[in-house]
Design a protein around this ligand. Structure first.
Ligand code: PMV
Length: 318
């Protein structure tokens, strides 16, 4: 039996603009994880089981859109495997789907790792390899993913990311003082693919305006990296508030997100913003040990469906 897990993620700065080559910052959320288990089966065939998604099928009978089947086909091609042995692949996830926490990328990365281990090929499955394969699967579901989700989920550390050719810029950076973040779920689900497509339509209709908005997000992400590296929490919070305003101008926020962002700010958060594709999903709020409880209570009282605490820190920090 082979088992692997992968974390959720939040985008701290630069969602959407990252698709257009501007820098962004994202971090893993290690408390919520996707898990994949691969086991030998005494029944013939490859059995795909995803209770959360209502999937129970054979690989040979899975439709084109099937998320887990896509992972298996990618792995099979990548390692040149003529056929899989009889086995079952079961995936479960604590990460809410379509909520901006990267559930798709986490499920894929966990499944890739468990499969590679089961096939005796774990040594090939480095973070870079897992990230590249996860990206291929993300492309099937999301059209034009920037690559930031698969990177954070596969490396499981905060990254400063720039989408570029021939190779993305992926820089782990130092977090001078660990940052305490709340991720609050509006409960509204939204399709990353559709929101990303809508931003593309708007960019095509108003290229100058959208290029300027993307530039603005890029400037904020760069400044945020400096603030995080120097431990200037107040500045990180201010930059989050500014990034939220730019995302509002891109029309990717929503009344629920705006309402909860305002609630977090009023409850003492140093800053707050939507996170991920938007029009639903999660917002994040930067809090301190002193303001965490009040901000959490206020968010739940205002209708947040759940509030997770996530600590942004360098991998080696306790
Ligand atoms: O909603 P999520 O968690 O899939 O985040 C999407 C982030 C975008 O910048 C909007 C798209 C991308 O591919 O980077």
């Amino acid at each position: 039996m082979s088992k692997a897990t992968a974390p959720g993620k939040i985008i701290l700065f630069g969602e959407h603009a990252v698709v257009y080559g501007r820098p962004a910052i994202a971090a893993p959320v290690s408390q919520v994880r996707a898990t994949a288990v691969v086991e030998a089966s005494d029944q013939p065939g490859v059995h795909l089981i995803a209770p959360d998604l209502g999937i129970r099928t054979l690989l040979d009978e899975a439709d084109e859109e099937d998320a887990i089947a896509a992972v298996l086909r990618q792995v099979q091609t990548a390692v040149n495997l003529p056929a899989f042995p009889d086995m079952s692949v079961t995936v479960t996830s604590q990460i809410p789907i379509a909520s901006g926490l990267g559930s798709g990328a986490a499920i894929t990365a966990a499944a890739v790792r468990a499969l590679m281990d089961f096939l005796g090929l774990a040594r090939i499955a480095t973070p870079a390899w897992v990230s590249a394969l996860t990206y291929e699967v993300e492309k099937i579901h999301h059209g034009t993913p920037s690559g930031i989700d698969n990177t954070v989920v596969a490396y499981e550390q905060p990254v400063y990311f720039v989408r570029q050719r021939p190779q993305n810029q992926i820089e782990p950076f130092t977090v001078a003082r660990p940052l305490r973040l709340l991720a609050a779920d509006t409960g509204a689900r939204s399709s990353t693919k559709e929101v990303v497509l809508d931003v593309r339509r708007q960019w095509q209709a108003q290229p100058e305006r959208f290029e300027a908005l993307f530039d603005g997000c890029g400037v904020l992400a760069k400044a945020a990296r400096r603030a995080i590296e120097t431990g200037d929490e107040a500045e990180v919070g201010r930059l989050m508030n500014q990034n939220h305003q730019l995302l509002q101008e891109m029309t990717v926020s929503s009344p629920e997100l705006d309402g909860l962002v305002a609630v977090a700010q009023a409850a003492g958060a140093l800053g707050a913003k939507m996170s991920g594709a938007g029009r639903g999903g999660n917002l994040i709020a930067l809090v301190t040990a002193e303001t965490e409880t009040a901000a959490r209570r206020a968010l739940l009282a205002a209708g947040a469906k759940s509030v997770l605490t996530s600590c942004l820190k360098t991998k080696s920090q306790p």
